[in-house]
Design a protein around this ligand. Structure first.
Ligand SMILES: *Cc1c(COP(=O)(O)O)cnc(C)c1O
Length: 360
């Protein structure tokens, strides 16, 4: 077996102990004679899995009592529509902060359901920073304010969560959920596709304040109504059972590691290693303003030289994979989610140093 360090933006690496545990349990889950994939979603064994996954997430994220965790499908992209369908129901207005390709898609989808106002944008500088938000910018009548806490493609992240007062704050946390400590009570709704920091693709996690459930109009399809999943403990129809099982194993791993406090410490250390190198390098550079830098997705460029393809190719030969930047921004990008070990980051920086020396 020869595992590589995979810097993919998603689906991305899973913790090795989690994969090993899943492998061990793959053919015969807890003496059932079946794989989790073959268990009925109504069985006792699966009920235990989904209940534990739920509880572990509450514990790790310190979710307050007046919230619910929902396990859905359709990815974060489905939430771009589901959020306005369920929440844009009083004034029919919502305020958005535009920080990149994903917020653009969220805005476009929300516009189908009501009046969207972009209250701040970093488009003027190619999304290389996070705009400042203060409460005076927010329409007090808005049904919610939407932010993308971590911009996966551009490599920026909110270092402070804006105070939106009485207007619920909705956050797309797909690429930084569980990467650092957060105060869930600041949010009305948090959503995340699983395939970056939670588990395999196919699962979408929604954390929603209870008073925001049950506001969708009668015409809202059952599968797109938060209330359907809240009423059924996320078992209205067949959920993505294996993805939920894998997510449970990831939450266990995270708890065993010391929870989000320890995870954040490790993540900051990993990111710092790369940023310190980029800032000192005479070959590579970070396109992102310092205050807005993500600790999960780190884009970097080689200004003035046509060396990207050579870099990506040679890195792959060294066991460092998927370092190509997103097609919309070019250059390179290292996604270093929770499951990327420190060793992988050290090997990447060593490789970059060697590449720099060779190409001076
Ligand atoms: C990956 C990603 C998405 C899209 O997620 P899907 O689950 O593929 O729909 C949306 N927003 C952010 C911030 C992402 O990183």
């Amino acid at each position: 077996m020869n595992r590589v360090f995979n810097f993919s933006a998603g689906p991305s690496m899973l913790p090795l102990p989690v994969l090993e545990k899943a492998q061990k349990e793959l053919l015969d889950y807890q003496d059932s004679g079946m794989s989790v994939m073959e268990l009925s979603h109504r069985s006792g064994l699966f009920t235990d899995i989904i209940t534990e996954a739920n509880q572990l997430l509450w514990e790790v994220l310190h979710i307050p009592d007046n919230y619910q965790v929902l396990f859905l499908q359709g990815g974060a992209s489905q939430q771009f529509a589901m959020v306005p369908m369920n929440l844009m129901v009083n004034s029919g207005k919502a305020d958005f902060v535009h920080t990149g390709s994903w917020s653009k898609k969220a805005i476009k989808e929300a516009e189908k359901f009501g009046e969207v106002r972009v209250i701040a944008s970093s488009e003027d500088k190619n999304f290389t920073y996070i705009p400042k938000i203060d409460s005076s910018m927010i329409d007090p009548e808005a049904d919610y304010v939407h932010i993308t806490t971590n911009n996966t493609i551009e490599g920026t992240a909110f270092s402070q969560i804006p105070d939106t007062g009485d207007v619920p704050l909705v956050a797309d946390m797909s690429s930084n959920i569980l990467s650092e400590e957060i105060d869930v009570s600041k949010f009305g709704l948090i959503y995340a596709g699983a395939q970056k920091n939670i588990g395999p693709a196919g699962l979408t996690v929604v954390i929603i304040r209870e008073d925001l459930i049950g506001k969708a109009p009668e015409t809202c399809p059952a599968m797109l109504n938060y209330k359907t999943f809240s009423d059924s403990d996320s078992l209205y129809n067949t959920p993505p059972t294996f993805s939920i099982y894998m997510a449970k194993l990831v939450f266990e791993w995270l708890k065993g590691l010391g929870g989000l406090k320890e995870m954040e410490r490790i993540n900051r250390e990993k990111a710092q290693l790369i940023y310190d190198y980029l800032d000192a390098s005479t070959l590579f550079a970070s396109p992102v303003e310092k205050e807005g830098r993500s600790i999960m997705n780190i884009p970097f460029i080689i200004p003035g030289d046509d060396l990207d393809a050579a870099f990506i190719d040679e890195a792959k030969q060294a066991g460092l994979e998927t370092l190509k930047g997103h097609r919309s921004v070019g250059g390179m990008r290292a996604s270093i989610y929770n499951a990327m070990p420190m060793q992988g980051v050290m090997e990447l920086v060593n490789f970059m140093e060697e590449f720099e020396t060779k190409n001076k």
